[in-house]
Design a protein around this ligand. Structure first.
Ligand SMILES: Nc1ncnc2c1ncn2[C@@H]1O[C@H](COP(=O)(O)OP(=O)(O)OP(=O)(O)O)[C@@H](O)[C@H]1O
Length: 244
């Protein structure tokens, strides 16, 4: 779907924040970027989203142009004046399109929000708000999700549930995703591949190869999971600590 080749970037003529980064993302794949604070993870997402222009290298798409893309951030960033339905249809409304009732119903079902369509954000729990944010990203038939620490502010129990929701949605809908996280375990649990970043470069890559037929708790206790987490941790330990 996406090839990032020898990408370099600096903010406002300053020192390089990314140094010759190369990443590929295949159709239907979820790839995580994990690394210490300040190593450049969010900058990669911003470049892929076209919000920043690289100073070197290139980003190319299989189809010649970026696919329909959805964004999910740590802050659910819902509009307080709009109910759940209106928040979910907002990206399409901004493009002058309407979200048809069937698609809205389907999307609410995917994220377990049926019955809450007329609630306002302030009357939703943190997990429900995050579900609205995910539904909003998916409602416009996104083929690519760019996710920046989406579950970083949630407690661990809710975070586990949201991880399972993402896996179920991906299996059902087949989108691809780039997922930024500080959590080694979240990266391993969710990803087809984990890219370990350190100080503006890719320091290593780990393919967890988990058996997706296992139940969540068994998955997290499986040898593949523990081995993959150890490999990611070892690469991180060998790197420098940006901002430490
Ligand atoms: N708008 C900006 N202007 C100048 N420098 C920036 C800007 N945004 C980020 N940086 C710097 O670029 C570097 C990479 O930042 P980035 O946000 O991509 O890192 P990150 O790995 O996502 O960090 P975190 O995990 O803390 O969110 C950091 O040194 C940061 O201070």
């Amino acid at each position: 779907m996406l090839k990032v080749r020898d990408l370099s970037f600096a903010y406002d003529g300053g020192a390089a924040v990314l140094d010759n980064i190369s990443i590929s993302l295949h159709d239907g794949e979820l790839v995580s970027l994990v690394g210490p604070s300040g190593c450049g993870k969010s900058t990669v997402l911003r470049l892929v989203a076209g919000l920043l222009t690289p100073i070197g290298g290139e980003i190319t798409w299989k189809t010649g142009q970026a696919p329909e893309t959805g964004f999910v951030f740590q802050d659910a960033a819902l509009m307080p004046w709009a109910d759940v339905s209106k928040n979910i249809s907002l990206p399409l409304s901004l493009r002058g399109q309407a979200l048809d009732a069937k698609r809205l119903e389907e999307t609410l079902g995917f994220v377990g929000l049926k019955g809450l369509e007329t609630r306002y954000p302030q009357a939703l729990s943190g997990g429900q708000q995050m579900r609205v944010s995910i539904a909003r990203a998916l409602a416009a038939d996104a083929k690519l999700l760019l996710m920046d620490e989406p579950f970083g502010a949630l407690d661990e129990i809710l975070r586990f549930r949201m991880n399972d929701l993402m896996l179920a949605l991906k299996a059902e809908q087949g989108w691809s995703g780039l997922f930024v996280t500080h959590s080694i375990y979240e990266a391993v649990y969710l990803s087809d591949r984990v890219l370990v970043m350190d100080a503006g470069r890719i320091a290593g890559e780990v393919t967890p190869g988990l058996d997706r037929t296992l139940a969540a708790a068994d998955q997290r206790a499986s040898k593949s999971f523990i081995d993959a987490a150890r490999k990611v941790a070892t690469i991180l330990e060998a790197g420098s600590m940006v901002d430490a």
